[in-house]
Structures are given as C-alpha cells and as structure tokens.
Design a protein around this ligand. Structure first.
Ligand SMILES: C[S@@+](CC[C@H](N)C(=O)[O-])C[C@H]1O[C@@H](n2cnc3c(N)ncnc32)[C@H](O)[C@@H]1O
Length: 170
C-alpha cells in the first residue's frame, strides 16, 4: 500500500511469480514507473489500484490476503498532522478483516515518532502478534526486503525500522 515508485512490489512479484500482488498507489508518476517495471520484467501477477488504498480494502472480501506491506508511509512529521497517518485503529480493523489468520503485516519507517506510535497502536489493537524474537530483529531489513526509493533518501531521523506482525487466529 503506497508503493511509491514500485521497485519493491516489482521485485517481490518477480521473485514470487506464483503469488498475486495488489499494488496500491495514488501518485500517478509512481504508477507509471511501476507499470514500466512490470512490463519490462514481463510480470503478469500484479494488479493495480490507483485510488486511495482504503477504498480497495473496503471492496475486498474477508480473509483474502497473505501479506500486507506498508513501507515508509507518509510520515506526517508535525504533531498536529499525526492523525493523518495511515496506521489508525479503524484502519487496523480493516486490515485485520481482509488478512487471513496468520497473514503477515510488514511496517517500515525511518521516523522515530511514527515507529513508536505505529508499534503502540498495532500492539494495542490486540489482533496482531509482533514477530520480533531478538532485540535487534526490527533494526535489520528482512531478508526478502527490497530497498525502496523513499528509504534511500534517508529523510527520517532514525535508521529504518522493520516491524513484522502476524494476524492472530480468532
Ligand atoms: C513516503 S511515500 C513511500 C513510497 C514507497 N513505499 C517507498 O518506500 O518508496 C508514501 C506513498 O504512499 C502513497 N499513499 C499515501 N496515502 C495513500 C493511500 N491512502 N492510498 C494509496 N497510496 C497512498 C503516496 O502517494 C506516496 O507515494
């Protein structure tokens, strides 16, 4: 969700040709970039949603996704704008509805206040287990991570953090 230039989704889709990807982005230049990459790589397992990702979520059936990636979402660094951040209780309710039990959610950011807030909100939600086992798990990019364009800009105030959660079975 919010794939930016699409390098991550294109690389994931290329590495996993038997997996279908729903790629959401509202930024038209980003969509064009990703479409170009998908075409150049000859991928047939990516579908695009070019409106607000939350509108797609509302149209998806229950328990249909194995994984969700929210990588370096808009950080809205000013305190008065924190409410615009995508990680909010109602958004997490929606994610929990469309994810399969045991499905993974990956969240990454390089903004300290967002890292703290997202972790607090996702754990407080109650339906997600944090999969970190060691103290530095979340400081290392997961082995299948593909560095994103936004990540490379190092605009945040901390080194990137990567949180991996699984949806509890209800
Ligand atoms: C900070 S950028 C990061 C892009 C990419 N994930 C990366 O790491 O390079 C956040 C992106 O999310 C997109 N975005 C923000 N809100 C969105 C929404 N509700 N639905 C879809 N895309 C959204 C923005 O257009 C922007 O391209």
């Amino acid at each position: 969700m919010g794939f930016g230039g699409g390098e991550h989704v294109a690389a994931q889709a290329e590495a996993n040709p038997d997996v279908g990807y729903l790629a959401c982005e509202v930024f038209v230049e980003g969509v064009a970039k990703c479409l170009t990459a998908v075409e150049e790589k000859g991928l047939s397992n990516v579908r695009f949603w070019t409106e607000d990702a939350r509108q797609l979520i509302d149209r998806l059936p229950d328990s249909c996704l194995d994984r969700v990636f929210i990588l370096f979402p808009d950080p809205w660094p000013k305190k008065k704008h924190h409410k615009r951040r995508i990680i909010q209780p109602d958004f997490l309710d929606s994610l929990a509805r469309i994810m399969k039990p045991g499905a993974h959610l990956r969240f990454a950011t390089d903004v300290r206040s967002y890292a703290d807030e997202a972790l607090q909100k996702i754990l407080a939600h109650g339906q997600f287990d944090w999969l970190a086992e060691k103290a530095d798990d979340w400081r290392r990019p997961p082995t299948d991570h593909v560095r994103t364009r936004y990540e490379s800009k190092n605009l945040g105030d901390i080194a990137p953090v990567f949180y991996e959660f699984s949806l509890k079975s209800s």
